[in-house]
Design a protein around this ligand. Structure first.
Ligand code: GDP
Ligand code: MG
Length: 163
């Protein structure tokens, strides 16, 4: 069974950028999966010979409701419930925000494995960034740059190594 990684986090932390990086060279494979091809929120990545599924929850959110928790309703909830691992993205440049804390509490209640991903990490001090986000309760996390690619391979090794 291929593991499913679900990308979660407040708007603008880089979920779609990471999704595109993980899935963009996999078009042929995605084309073999009819149910997935038409939905840009679902894709397939590959680590070595092994495929895995990726879900970008941004955009699975209802548009006009108030509050970050409303953002995580319905389809996103379903994706989260079915996740083998949740990749919880935060913005290493802005630091921790109240929305991050709300999402952290919400994710904790799902009981799914959560991996903290500190994005926009190019050129920042990784030790300081990890210390800042440690308060979320998911350890030191992985510092990556979704747009440049730094740390993404190590992140996949760590997360997918468990399956
Ligand atoms: P989403 O709302 O969580 O899907 O975030 P997006 O993927 O749309 O990214 C939001 C903004 O952050 C865009 O302007 C991206 O180009 C930028 N961004 C994403 N990843 C990185 C990164 O690793 N470093 C930097 N500096 N910017 C990034
Ligand atoms: Mg997005």
């Amino acid at each position: 069974m291929n593991p499913t990684l679900v990308l979660v986090g407040r708007p603008n932390v880089g979920k779609s950028t990471l999704f595109n990086r993980l899935t963009r060279t996999r078009d042929a494979l995605v084309a073999d999966m009819p149910g997935l091809t038409r939905d840009r929120h679902y894709g397939i990545g590959r680590l070595g010979p092994r495929p895995y599924f990726v879900v970008d929850t941004g955009g699975l959110e209802p548009a006009a409701k108030v509050g970050i928790l409303a953002h995580m309703a319905r389809q996103a909830d379903q994706a989260i419930a079915e996740a083998d691992a949740l990749l919880f993205l935060v913005d290493g440049r802005s630091g921790i925000t109240p929305q991050d804390k709300e999402i952290a509490n919400r994710l904790r209640r799902t009981g799914r494995p959560v991996h903290l991903v500190i994005n926009k990490g190019e050129g920042i001090n990784q030790v300081i960034a990890s210390a800042d986000f440690h308060e979320l309760g998911f350890g030191q996390g992985s510092v990556i740059s979704a747009s440049h690619g730094d740390g993404v391979g190590d992140l996949l090794d760590e997360v997918l190594g468990a399956f």
